[in-house]
Design a binder for this molecule. Structure first.
Ligand SMILES: [Zn+2]
Length: 340
């Protein structure tokens, strides 16, 4: 297949991987969601579906319209769709992608019955899907008979360590919770590549739900190299990362440095209590920690920063290093756990 480039939205990364941009660029999505077509020949595996932008459908169509040969004219374009995690910018395109795959098959007029793709995702316990998730409504809007369901669910459950074999390539699933609980990476041995979804991005730093899980997943990704070596990362957003392990290590160091800063602050005398505060005693709160660490930055950045500091505090609490003294939200009071 010759190199494909349509307005920079379709890029062949290797003989088995083509990246298709989800057409949803933005501050948080960078160049937009990266979706990946994996495989040497039909049927391909599609990794993620973008957020559901109409403009994505014709671009994916172009990327899939590789000339049919006599060997694959009876084979559907895609046999499996892997969803990296529940976030809308990865799963929102599922209804329109399934409708496209059905149409592409019908247009071939093979006269053969259509075998719809299987959908795969790492399972989340029912009560762990956050309320703001629109995954249930996306599932409800899937065109009928456009996918092959698992025995009792829409998705086939991915498992950590699962080897995902397709007709032409092998993918290995690595469960890496932290960004979300159901986040996965995929090891692509032929490319010596690790697809990292939103756990590690091509630019900037990633956000996470649970820092303790997140750091242990980053370490798991580095340890993984002992058994399955990779050089490059294919992130969920942003460009290919050339020195993958180095970037993962930088992510870990960045978090550990922030943790060390917090512990340093907690060892200092806290600022005097606000006159409006009822507690009276001087204690560090999430907000005063933020104001100390980010004192050189504009105050407009303190609120978003407090979200990340709060997740650090939860991790330190789970590690038994700090204890919560009361209060809510940014006014939560903290102290070092002196029993250590
Ligand atoms: Zn995400």
């Amino acid at each position: 297949m010759e190199t494909l480039e349509i307005l920079g939205s379709i890029t062949r990364l290797s003989p088995i991987v083509v990246r298709v941009l989800g057409q949803n660029p933005g501050k948080f999505t960078l160049q937009g969601t990266n979706t990946y077509i994996v495989g040497r020949q039909r049927p391909y595996v599609l990794v993620d579906t973008g957020e559901g932008k109409e403009e994505y459908v014709p671009i994916l169509e172009s990327a899939l319209k590789v000339p049919l040969s006599s060997e694959d004219s009876d084979i559907p374009d895609v046999s499996d769709i892997i969803i990296s995690h529940w976030h809308r910018d990865h799963v929102g395109g599922l209804p329109s992608v399934l409708a496209l795959l059905r149409r592409l098959w019908d247009e071939r007029k093979t006269g053969l019955p259509f075998t719809p793709p299987r959908l795969h995702k790492f399972p989340l316990p029912a009560n762990k899907l956050p309320e703001q998730s629109n995954l249930p409504s996306i599932i409800n809007s899937l065109p009928s008979k456009s996918f092959t369901p698992a025995s009792d669910s829409v998705f086939y459950d991915l498992q950590d360590g699962q080897e995902f074999t397709t007709s032409s390539t092998l993918l290995r699933v690595l469960h890496t919770p932290g960004h979300t609980r159901d986040s996965i990476c995929l090891y692509i041995p032929e490319d010596r590549a690790l697809y990292t979804a939103d756990t590690v991005l091509g630019q900037g730093t990633a956000v996470f739900e649970d820092l303790r899980l997140y750091i242990s997943s980053l370490r798991k990704m580095l340890d993984y190299q002992k058994y399955y070596s990779y050089d490059v990362l294919y992130p969920g957003h942003g460009p290919v990362v050339k020195e993958g392990a180095k970037l993962i290590d930088t992510y870990i160091q960045h978090r550990l440095e922030r943790e060390a800063q917090i512990l340093e602050v907690l060892q200092k005398a806290p600022p005097s209590p606000d006159v409006n505060e009822s507690s009276g005693s001087a204690r560090w709160s999430t907000w005063t920690i933020v104001s100390k660490i980010y004192q050189g930055y504009p105050e407009s950045l303190w609120t978003p920063a407090s979200h990340s500091i709060n997740l650090h505090m939860k991790k330190l609490e789970a590690d038994g290093i700090v204890k919560k003294l009361g209060g809510e939200g940014v006014n939560t009071k903290w102290a070092l756990n002196l029993k250590l």
